[in-house]
Design a protein around this ligand. Structure first.
Ligand SMILES: N[C@@H](CCC(=O)N[C@@H](CS)C(=O)NCC(=O)O)C(=O)O
Length: 198
């Protein structure tokens, strides 16, 4: 929505707390975040929210121009939405700390390899800086993964590393990180321990 240059208000929901549960009851019909309220419209799914925003903005495109690239960007976004369960489980997004000595299990490494293959193929074809040249919904969908690659210190080929760096230096992402730094809540179940050698 920042890239669409739309004004919006954000309500921060502290997951797995009593206060967060009340907000979820009030705002989220599927009992999950994110949810977008736009007038009477309530949209409870992240990819549907992205599609809606892309439809809503008429002065810029949030999907690639070429039909075949649009199809690929949609497939990539859908794959992010429906897949990578092992990576999500083992590497919760946590932009407040770097996890030291993280070694992915085989199923996690398989997810990482697939995402790296997607990044490399798209970036080789587009020449970057974004997956399809200019910023699209696919970049929004993969921003949390780019964040995980950085904070879990995953070794990446050069093109993918440059893409992760670009994502992290993007102004809306920097704002997201700054907002996270200002939060005090910790989700204990999402704190992956550092590997320490004793
Ligand atoms: N399909 C949903 C999945 C949403 C989802 O799983 N959200 C998590 C946070 S990333 C959540 O709300 N968890 C709260 C809970 O499980 O109680 C989407 O992408 O919009």
């Amino acid at each position: 929505m920042h890239h669409a240059q739309l004004d919006f208000n954000e309500i921060n929901v502290s997951l797995f707390t009593d206060e967060g549960a009340k907000l979820i009851d009030e705002w989220c019909p599927a009992k999950r975040v994110p949810v977008l309220h736009d007038g009477p419209l309530v949209l409870w799914d992240s990819l549907a929210i992205c599609e809606y925003i892309a439809d809503k903005v008429t002065d810029r495109s949030l999907w690639p121009e070429r039909t075949d690239d649009r199809a690929k960007a949609r497939a990539m976004s859908a794959e992010m939405h429906s897949s990578f369960a092992a990576l999500r489980e083992a590497m919760p997004m946590n932009c407040r700390r770097t996890v030291k000595g993280f070694t992915p299990a085989l199923d996690v490494q398989i997810d990482i390899n697939r995402i790296v293959q997607l990044f490399e193929d798209a970036l080789q074809q587009s020449n970057g800086p974004w997956l399809f040249g200019s910023y699209t919904v696919a970049d929004a969908m993969y921003a949390p993964v780019a964040s995980r690659f950085a904070t879990y210190q995953i070794q990446l080929p050069a093109l993918s590393q440059r893409y992760v760096d670009r994502t992290l230096s993007d102004a809306p992402m920097q704002d997201w990180y700054a907002a996270a730094q200002a939060e005090a809540a910790v989700i204990e179940r999402a704190e992956v321990p550092d590997l320490t050698i004793t």
